[in-house]
Design a protein around this ligand. Structure first.
Ligand code: BGC
Length: 877
């Protein structure tokens, strides 16, 4: 038996995270048995478990998906934990893992410091100190206004970038904890820290000038907490004894990039040899910022380094490096130029007429400027990131590709899903969706990583959350996002801003337009119900659902309040602004970004959907009264929708693909008319030569609805279409990520529009959810969330020779693949420990091998219950 993936609050070995209610989870595999009979969790304050502070004892009720013991944790303490698992046949014990608390409610020794320089000057801070003994252990508790990096004795601490990340800095601020034991030594030590604008100040959001978004001054707060070998405890906090100096970073901006003048470098700036000439004393200040807490954000790290694919000399006489893939991150390069010489890099997603192109970035400059000090250097930006495939290089006469490397940067979440089919173009599409997720999972789920947006648009996040959770292990990432969201909801009567954190409203306030409403759109704000429910379905952690239940109820109550006060409790949602089926192709006004589906129909449908998700969550949490209340609300909404939007004979009044798909997906159509609606949808597709017209709302549901309603060949047709509009049209046009619009690039290779046109928007990548659920058949079931049980119902299609998926679920590794054989279809399936699947096929099964052994008694059926094991199931034609 192997017990792995030991996680606390869905993070392995969390150091200094916010752990109010630590929830423990793990995955068991390689057991002789098939299910967990009992488990036992032990927590100790030493690695040898001599001092156990919590022991659950052997219990049958402990779930591997999330066990939340009733414990109180001390600050700044490392705890060790392990888990014992019993199956019906064997038992095992995990390796020892750990988690460590942050400062909790302890006061800080350090105080906020800033520099005495002009507030636009990027400062670097310095502090030297001496230690009389060897260090037993040491931590840095640190945060900045805005983003910071720091070094001790000349070495960067941690492998993270862009901390303390992207929050509403007025609402809360995260500090990070680093283990710096190995950085310190007996004798003299030095710390250097640099700061950039990040998301805190400068230019971000829909505002064109530099602004004091959350504040005007750079700030640093730090406690260096040291335990010496003789057990003496020293804390070196930020105060006026820290020194500061202008840093070589002259400008930094999320959108515009960075300007770095190496001529302004201070040699050895983070070592005891630092030349302190020109340094001034730091000054204390009191920034206006929200509650300071331990972090929730998973680390933002470099996850891959890509070599250039080729160097292009374009017709416009430019030197352009092609990295072959649209990524988010930056470029690291080596160069050795005479002092004062300048290199300028510009970043772009695609070429136009074979030339470098960046007009679709709108006002975002996406540049990096480096001024040499005459010394050889390895260079990278610090406080920005770029969405790009190409870089144009100005100022370097000879380019050696060996000196350049693109660094892929995003929240470091485990990749959990893999899909492969016999169609190479479909495989490229799968990869494109994966890349767009990587490129847009940078602390918050963003719409795009390149132009002057890069914000946590809720609608994009909502429609993609299930795909995202197949591709990666998302609960800690969404936990942080939903926490941001909850704080916003509390200041908007429960409503959810279009973007979270709500930089749009901040920008409105800053431009004197305080009344502009930037929240409460259907399908966007419903991220508050859909993401918590998806997270519960995928990971089965009730403690998390309990936390996020507030997001759900606040939002539903808000819609109801609108309905009650503005439309007389009509149980339809007929007011307000809605993006609805954004970017759909069925608006008669082709210049509009809004889809053709009546926005109040979509709003009412989501009113129903969110109320019903809140009802489900309430019943899972044992909130019987609330469950009844939301259930009743959802029934009233459904009735009102049926009255308003369906004729007595079952014709839907809103005659679009999206309207039909939404009604079928959300089960809004009167039962007796369901089949009619399916036929109407089929006809609608036939009339459009089986091509989609759907936007953000319709697209993620379309193929799922077709597959659920006997029209899987239509779903496959949509997947396989290669002409506009289709997923493979993008692939044929050379896309390496998912485009924002179906026609982001026209058939002639030209960008369709520069106003709002990104090559890296993941929303339409949501087709990948259909691939896992329907093509390969892996469907979570609500009664056994966390993939403890699935419905396994792969839908095969003649046009593919094979399709296979692997999914490392919260319960363990599933595999589901099928391939055509001469006489039928062979399914290869793996079910993890303590999980089971209801396997369903259309034709009867002719042979079943379980772990290599033939089981005749299982033949002749169309449905099997599969327990832990490996299966080969043959279905003859
Ligand atoms: C963003 C989106 C977002 C939309 C809302 C766009 O500018 O890029 O993806 O959801 O606005 O309308």
């Amino acid at each position: 038996m192997i017990i792995s993936h030991l996680r606390v609050n869905h993070i392995e070995k969390p150091l200094g995270y916010l752990l109010d209610k630590p929830t423990f989870s793990w995955i068991t595999s390689d057991s002789a048995g098939t299910c967990q009979e009992a488990a036992q969790l032990q927590i100790a304050i030493d690695e040898a478990f001599c001092n156990i502070i919590f022991d659950s004892g052997r219990q049958e009720a402990i779930s591997s998906l999330g066990y939340t013991p009733d414990i109180t944790l001390k600050p700044r303490t490392r705890y060790y934990w392990r888990v014992l698992v019993w199956s019906e046949k064997d038992h095992g014990i995990s390796e020892v893992s750990w988690f460590e608390t942050g400062k909790g409610n302890e006061p800080w020794s350090g105080e906020w410091i800033t520099s005495p320089f002009d507030k636009e000057i990027h400062p670097q801070f310095f502090k030297a100190f001496s230690l009389k003994k060897r260090v037993k252990s040491a931590r840095a508790y640190i945060t900045g206004l805005g983003t910071y990096e720091f070094e001790i004795n000349g070495k960067k601490v941690g492998n993270e970038y862009l901390a303390p990340f992207y929050n509403d800095y007025h609402k809360w601020l995260q500090y990070q904890t680093y283990d710096i034991t190995s950085f310190l030594r007996e004798g003299k030590n030095a710390i250097g820290a640099i700061l950039g604008n990040g998301w805190y100040k400068g230019r971000f959001g829909f505002i064109n000038q530099m602004k004091e978004l959350y504040g005007s001054q750079f700030g640093l707060l730090c406690d260096i907490d040291i335990m010496l070998e003789d057990e003496s405890h020293i804390v070196i906090g930020t105060d006026e004894s820290w020194l500061c100096h202008p840093s070589p970073i002259l400008e930094s901006s999320i959108y515009d990039g960075e300007v770095y003048d190496a001529g302004k470098e201070v040699d050895d700036w983070s070592t005891i040899d630092c030349d302190l000439n020109g340094y001034a004393a730091a000054i204390k200040f009191s920034p206006v910022c929200g509650t300071l807490t331990e972090r929730l954000s998973p680390p933002v790290v470099i996850t891959e380094r890509c070599a250039p694919v080729k160097l292009l000399h374009t017709p416009a006489d430019e030197q352009v490096i092609d990295f072959g893939q649209v990524i988010t991150g930056w470029v690291e390069f080596k160069c050795h130029l005479p002092a004062g010489e300048k290199i300028r890099l510009q970043f772009g997603e695609l070429l136009q007429n074979d030339n470098f192109y960046n007009e679709n970035l709108r006002t975002a400059k996406e540049e990096y400027i480096y001024i040499s000090n005459g010394k050889p250097a390895v260079i990278r930006p610090h406080f920005t990131f770029y969405g790009f495939r190409y870089i144009k290089i100005i100022g370097l006469s000879h380019i050696d590709l060996k000196n350049f490397e693109a660094c892929v940067i995003h929240s470091g979440l485990e990749f959990t899903g893999k899909l492969e089919t016999s169609n190479d173009k479909v495989n490229r599409l799968i990869e494109n969706a994966h890349w767009s997720q990587r490129d847009n999972f940078l602390d918050v789920p963003t719409d795009c990583p390149q132009r002057d947006e890069r914000m946590g648009w809720t609608g994009d996040a909502q429609v993609f959350s299930a795909t995202a959770s197949f591709n990666m292990y998302t609960p800690a990432f969404y936990k942080k996002y939903l926490y941001d969201m909850l704080l916003e909801q509390k200041t908007h009567d429960g409503s959810v801003p279009h973007v979270v954190p709500d930089i749009l409203e901040r920008c409105m306030v800053l431009s004197g337009n305080e009344d502009a409403v930037q929240h409460g759109s259907c399908a966007w704000a419903d991220a508050a119900t859909v993401i918590p429910w998806t997270t519960y379905l995928f990971y089965g952690d009730k403690t998390l659902l309990r936390e996020q239940f507030e997001n759900m109820t606040l939002w539903v109550d808000y819609i109801k309040m609108q309905d009650d006060t503005l439309t007389g409790s009509s149980r339809l949602w007929k007011t307000g602004f809605h993006f609805a089926d954004w970017l759909a192709l069925d608006n008669l006004d082709k210049s509009s970004s809004f889809g053709g589906t009546d926005c109040y129909y979509v709003a009412s449908a989501y009113y129903f959907y969110s109320a019903s998700l809140a009802a489900k969550a309430a019943s899972v949490l044992g909130e019987t009264e609330k469950a009844k209340e939301y259930q009743q609300l959802s029934e009233e909404i459904k009735k009102a929708i049926q009255k308003e939007y369906f004729t007595p004979n079952g014709r839907i009044a809103v005659d679009t693909q999206t309207a039909m798909v939404v009604a079928l997906y959300m089960n809004l159509v009167p039962k007796e008319h369901k089949e009619r609606l399916v036929q109407d949808l089929k006809k609608k597709l036939d009339d459009n030569k089986v091509h989609l017209t759907t936007g953000f709302v319709g697209t993620y549901l379309l193929c799922q609805v077709l597959s659920e309603n006997g029209l899987q060949s239509y779903a496959y047709q949509l997947l396989l279409n290669e002409d506009f509009p289709s997923w493979l049209y993008e692939v044929n046009m050379g896309a390496t990520t998912i485009w924002e619009r179906w026609n982001s690039v026209l058939e002639n290779g030209l960008v369709s529009d520069t106003g709002m046109n990104s090559m890296n928007h993941y929303a339409y990548g949501s087709i990948v959810e259909w691939m896992y659920r329907y093509m390969c058949g892996i469907n979570p079931v609500e009664s056994a969330p966390g993939f403890k049980e699935i419905t396994l119902k792969p839908q095969i299609d003649e046009r593919f020779d094979f399709a296979r998926a692997e999914y490392l679920s919260a319960a363990g590794l599933y595999k589901s693949g099928w391939e055509k054989t001469d006489s039928g279809v062979a399914y290869h399936i793996t079910i993890p420990f303590d999980a089971k699947a209801r396997f369903i096929v259309r034709d009867t099964i002719s042979s079943v091998k379980v772990n290599g052994i033939l089981h005749k008694e299982l033949c002749g059926k169309c449905e099997l219950t599969l327990k832990t094991g490996e299966y080969e199931i043959i279905v003859q034609k």
